[in-house]
Design a protein around this ligand. Structure first.
Ligand code: B12
Length: 258
């Protein structure tokens, strides 16, 4: 059975609400060459209720973006297998006449800067639902970059699009970690309990992707702490800190993280 792409197919599976809804600039081909299919099938195999909206229409009344409602966990957005600008234009900035990731090889089924266009629409329609961006366009535009097509410098696509989280490179492991972290059910918890659950989920996520948890794990020695605190305080960026700090504050922070 294919992953659902319409509300009728969602209902046919007996689902009331989806956990994750994926939007992609490519057609939905249930094949490992298509990122959204790979990510969707993996989430499905872990028991999540997933649907795909391939090549949503961004020029009409946005019904494609609304049709499946609001997911319980997050929206996943990708431009498809290629950067949308590479997909649309040749290196001479001439419009391409075909699109290898659209039925019949037809062009014109995704917008320029697709990640940004799709995410902005979703954020406008569902401001409280997290949007996770991934795939090649998000990956290659993850930091401030030179955009050949507009001959300008652009900030990270996270800033331009307004997405909540950007993943880059292969998405298999990280997307499952994100779903687990976002799946923490806070219903019935007090504010303090919810905060503790959120902190725990972020800690589990950082552990699962191998981020060191303590300073000593990256080779810092306890006797280095005073000198490190002075160096941090003297850093040019300290003056721009929104909260005034002191060498003592930083040293305390470092000892806690040791
Ligand atoms: C196969 C292929 C083709 C085939 C496509 C056949 C088909 N219909 O499938 C053909 C030969 C037709 C082709 C053509 C072209 N291609 Co090509 N192609 C590839 C190739 C080798 C593999 C694509 C693939 O199957 N990837 C597998 C999928 C699963 O990977 P993925 O989409 O990246 O998804 C992963 C992650 O990105 C992430 N992810 C994806 N989506 C999402 C979503 C979320 C929410 C999350 C969290 C994560 C996530 O997780 C996925 C799993 O790890 C790639 C190189 C590569 N290794 O990716 C180049 C590549 C995509 N092609 C490229 C180019 C330039 C082209 C051409 C323009 C070449 C040309 N000058 O003509 C043409 C396109 C012409 C056109 N009109 O469209 C470039 C694109 C560069 C860019 N910046 O966009 C690539 C990256 C190669 C390169 N390094 O230069 N191509």
């Amino acid at each position: 059975m294919f992953l659902p792409t319409t509300i009728k197919e969602v209902r046919a599976r007996g689902w009331e609400q989806l956990d994750v809804i994926l939007f992609s600039g490519d057609a939905y081909i249930d094949h490992p060459a298509f990122g959204a299919a790979v990510i969707g099938r993996l989430l499905e195999a872990e028991g999540y209720r997933v649907a795909i909206v391939p090549q949503p229409n961004w020029r009409d009344d946005l019904r494609d973006f609304r049709k499946l409602g609001k997911p319980r966990l997050f929206f996943g957005v990708s431009a498809g297998s290629m950067d949308s600008m590479v997909n649309h234009y040749t290196a001479n900035k001439r419009l391409r006449s075909d699109d290898a990731y659209t039925p019949g090889g037809k062009a014109g089924f995704r917008p320029d800067y697709a990640v940004t266009v799709y995410t902005r629409i979703l954020k406008r329609l569902f401001p409280d639902t997290p949007v996770v961006i991934g795939g090649i366009e998000a990956s290659l535009r993850r930091a401030a970059h030179y955009d050949y097509w507009s001959d300008s410098l652009k900030p990270s696509v996270l800033v331009d699009s307004g997405a909540d989280l950007l993943t880059y490179g292969m998405g298999e492991r990280v997307v499952l970690d994100i779903a687990r972290a976002m799946g923490v059910d806070t219903a019935g918890m007090s504010v303090d309990e919810s905060v503790a659950a959120a902190v725990g989920a972020v800690r589990d996520l950082s552990l699962s992707i191998g981020i060191p948890q303590r300073l000593h794990e990256i080779g810092v020695r306890e006797e280095d702490i005073p000198a490190l605190a002075v160096a941090a305080f003297n850093d040019v960026c300290t003056g721009g800190n929104p909260r005034p700090t002191s060498v003592g504050d930083i040293e305390k922070l470092y000892r806690t993280a040791f």
